[in-house]
Design a protein around this ligand. Structure first.
Ligand SMILES: [Zn+2]
Ligand SMILES: [Zn+2]
Length: 284
């Protein structure tokens, strides 16, 4: 059984529609795929409706959290699985995050406009397919205009890396964790050792998260050097956390392929029996 628990569609910063992603998952030989768009469940419905035979969908999201307990603050991503999408306090928090993302995108568009670059907010929203708008959508607009060649180039300091970048506000990670647990979900700390993306999460903080109800950590991820995967496993064993592996597939926005890393079926079964918010959905 091949299980990939971390993918993005056009509902956030992936390039495949939720429907196309489900077809891609089958083509990649997956039995189980989780849809984990940033701060939204907008892709759940279309993915569910397009579920091919033989594929099981785990509905999830990747929440952008922040730990405000130190200086500098630590940005971290929390994968939330099988939570009740109707749980009011979580719905409200996600809506607030998306509002602040919209506001941020508008601000960055204004900075580009001030330098004579004719990107519009409407265009960015259209390409975000109703989900969360982010810098990758702005990057795509710059590529369409031939101003940059790739998303990586768009993220350099001259562009969205610094010059046209605005800070974002994130949910306090302990609040996010509590809300996911209250909604009957299971949470996994995404890529805690991804130094290249500025996501090194201190072990002491992971221990605090474990004590606060974190369920697992993602050890096998393309941004983790081999030594860090082993470190994450050791830490998980010490803290009583489960270990997952996943691709963090983004379509053509990143080079990683679906199923590049997978999760042990026993861990997946444990997840399914722990969650109470919503069940995995099997194709017809
Ligand atoms: Zn992430
Ligand atoms: Zn991700």
């Amino acid at each position: 059984m091949r299980i990939d628990l971390h993918t993005h569609s056009t509902a956030s910063d992936g390039t495949d529609s939720p429907q196309a992603l489900m077809a891609e998952a089958v083509a990649a030989g997956l039995d189980v795929v989780a849809l984990t768009d940033h701060d939204t469940t907008a892709g759940w419905e279309t993915a569910s409706a397009a579920l091919p035979t033989g594929l099981t969908l785990v509905r999830g999201a990747e929440l952008s959290g922040r730990w405000y307990g130190g200086e500098p603050t630590v940005g971290l991503h929390l994968l939330a699985y099988l939570f009740d999408p109707g749980y009011g306090p979580l719905v409200a928090e996600l809506a607030e995050v998306r509002r602040s993302r919209e506001h941020r995108a508008e601000g960055m568009v204004a900075l580009l406009n001030a330098d004579g670059i004719d990107v519009t907010v409407t265009e960015i929203r259209e390409h975000a397919a109703g989900g969360t708008v982010g810098r990758p959508h702005l990057a795509q607009a710059l590529i369409r205009r031939g101003l940059v060649a790739t998303v990586d180039e768009a993220f350099t300091p001259e562009w969205l890396g610094s010059r046209y970048r605005l800070a974002k506000t994130d949910i306090d990670v302990f609040t996010a964790l509590r809300l996911v647990n209250e909604a009957g979900g299971v949470s996994v700390l995404a890529h805690p050792r991804a130094a290249r993306r500025g996501h090194i999460v201190p072990d002491t903080l992971i221990a605090e998260l474990a004590a606060a109800g974190l369920w697992g950590i993602e050890a096998d991820h393309m941004d983790h050097p081999v030594a860090d995967r082993a470190h994450a496993r050791d830490l998980a064993r010490d803290l009583g956390l489960r270990v997952t592996g996943s691709s963090d597939y983004h379509g053509t926005n990143k080079t990683v392929r679906l199923g590049a890393f997978t999760t042990d079926p026993l861990v997946y079964e444990d997840m399914v029996s722990t969650a109470t918010g919503t069940a995995p959905l099997a194709g017809p």
